[in-house]
Design a protein around this ligand. Structure first.
Ligand SMILES: Nc1nc2c(ncn2[C@@H]2O[C@H](COP(=O)(O)OP(=O)(O)OP(=O)(O)O)[C@@H](O)[C@H]2O)c(=O)[nH]1
Ligand SMILES: [Mg+2]
Length: 202
């Protein structure tokens, strides 16, 4: 196949653009659940069983029924349109796996920070991380049943979010809900890029 000339043969399949996004947030916020729900192929998971060794290390308050945790990453893919595919990487939630974040964040267009209102402060480190790197992000509040419902304004104030950062409610178990979060992130990341380009006079 010689594609050295500028004309692509008629009928040639255009490969979709692949973009990388991250799903971050505190321990047990539902990252693995969201990646699994949106993924079209069987998601790659790196779950390990939470064991007695983790007692005193892994904070299970609020997620007592949780039996496994992500130790490296989750990976899934989702087709947004004919010409756009997202590769979705879920980060490990626990502090002892922080060293992996810099690797996972390379080349990411943006990030979803999943928040659980029962442990809202757990997503602060993720927010600080992406703010520090200048990575566009949205905050998605995973609505666990039984958790007290807060209004988006209340949550936004509690998180001290910049006004341009989108905040939305979601159910990490529902494909459509997760997809909606990813599309909100894409739009936000594009808008941020455009604004930065204009500010740079480009
Ligand atoms: N009721 C309810 N349970 C959920 C929801 N999302 C996740 N879960 C459950 O909550 C637990 C934690 O979910 P995970 O997806 O493993 O959370 P995670 O953020 O990947 O956790 P780490 O990788 O350990 O940080 C699991 O038992 C899920 O089944 C939700 O929206 N509603
Ligand atoms: Mg996980």
């Amino acid at each position: 196949m010689d594609y050295g000339h500028s004309e692509r043969p008629a009928g040639a399949r255009v490969l979709p653009t692949a973009l990388k996004v991250l799903v971050a947030g505190g321990f047990g916020a539902g990252k693995t659940t969201l990646v699994g729900a949106v993924s079209e192929s069987r998601p790659l998971r790196t779950e390990e069983v939470l064991t007695e060794t983790g007692i005193g290390v892994d904070d299970l308050s609020g997620v007592e029924r949780k039996s496994t945790t992500t130790v490296a990453m989750d990976f899934g893919r989702i087709t947004i349109s004919n010409d756009l595919v997202l590769y979705v990487f879920g980060t490990p939630g626990q502090d002892r796996f922080w060293f992996l974040w810099d690797e996972l964040a390379v080349g990411a267009l943006g990030a979803v920070v999943l928040a659980d209102t029962r442990r809202l402060a757990d997503c602060f480190p993720s927010i600080d991380y992406f703010e520090g790197r200048g990575t566009p992000f949205v905050v998605a509040v995973n609505c666990f049943e039984g958790a007290r419902r807060f209004g988006v304004d209340e949550i936004r104030a509690a998180l001290d979010l910049d006004p341009e950062v989108p905040l939305l409610l979601c159910d990490a178990r529902q494909r459509e809900s997760g997809r909606n979060v990813l599309i909100t992130l894409l739009e936000h990341a594009m808008k941020t890029r455009e604004a930065r380009r204009r500010a740079a006079g480009g």
